[in-house]
Design a protein around this ligand. Structure first.
Ligand SMILES: Cc1cc2nc3c(=O)[nH]c(=O)nc-3n(C[C@H](O)[C@H](O)[C@H](O)COP(=O)(O)OP(=O)(O)OC[C@H]3O[C@@H](n4cnc5c(N)ncnc54)[C@H](O)[C@@H]3O)c2cc1C
Length: 184
């Protein structure tokens, strides 16, 4: 596990794929990180996820690409068809030449498999994972010696950071900026 640097920590609000990946990157940089997930467990609803090289490159850098490839498949070609007739409209080769050109593979896997891999990697890297975080009626998280969310307002007293990855709900952004994005 990396040595933590700096006095304060980073709070990531939202433990989806985005939040966990962000937390992992920060922790690998030596930061103390806490992820607050409103749900009672880390889980992904949905089916498959296509990961292009811009996603698989960081996964490789974090030492997770082998696990991801083992959990998924490496398609050779993506075919786009007319939904009514089935006629091929176009295709995209994503095999060896594609991988060579972009320096990383194109992988398709189940969302929950990627989430499980990220949760395990975060734990291994010392990320604190808190469930039942800031959701409606959920317990107020303890401050980590740095940023603190109080009733939706953000106070930063130690130069640390709060990262909102709560996706569509955007409560973190609302709390910090004082208004929903569409109202600004
Ligand atoms: C149909 C569809 C297909 C897609 N296919 C692909 C694809 O093939 N490849 C690809 O790269 N992308 C794809 N995407 C996009 C991708 O799914 C999203 O970009 C990604 O899942 C977003 O991750 P996230 O962690 O930011 O948000 P989310 O997965 O929405 O996670 C947000 C998390 O924050 C938590 N949360 C919310 N509010 C709070 C709060 N106040 N306090 C604490 N926690 C909170 C939620 O419970 C949730 O766990 C697709 C999207 C859709 C809709």
């Amino acid at each position: 596990m990396a040595q933590h640097r700096g006095a304060g920590g980073i709070i990531v609000v939202g433990g989806g794929i985005g939040g966990l990946a962000t937390a992992l990157a920060c922790a690998r940089d030596g930061r103390r990180v806490r992820v607050l997930e409103q749900a009672d467990e880390f889980c992904e609803i949905g089916a498959g996820l296509q990961l292009a090289p811009n996603a698989t490159r960081p996964l490789r850098q974090w030492g997770l690409l082998d696990q991801v490839v083992n959990a998924g498949v490496l398609p050779k070609r993506l075919v786009f068809r007319d939904a009514l007739t089935g006629r091929e409209l176009t295709h995209l080769d994503v095999g060896a030449a594609f991988q060579h050109r972009y320096g990383a593979p194109y992988v398709v896997l189940h969302r929950s498999d990627l989430l499980d891999i990220l949760v395990a990697a975060c734990r291994q890297q010392g990320v604190e994972l808190a469930i039942g975080g800031l959701g409606p009626g959920g317990p107020q998280p303890e401050p980590m010696g740095g940023p603190l969310l109080v009733g939706g307002a953000f106070q930063d007293d130690q130069g640390t950071a709060l990262i909102g990855d709560d996706a569509d709900s955007c409560r973190t952004v609302d709390g910090v900026m004082g208004a929903p994005p569409h109202a600004r």
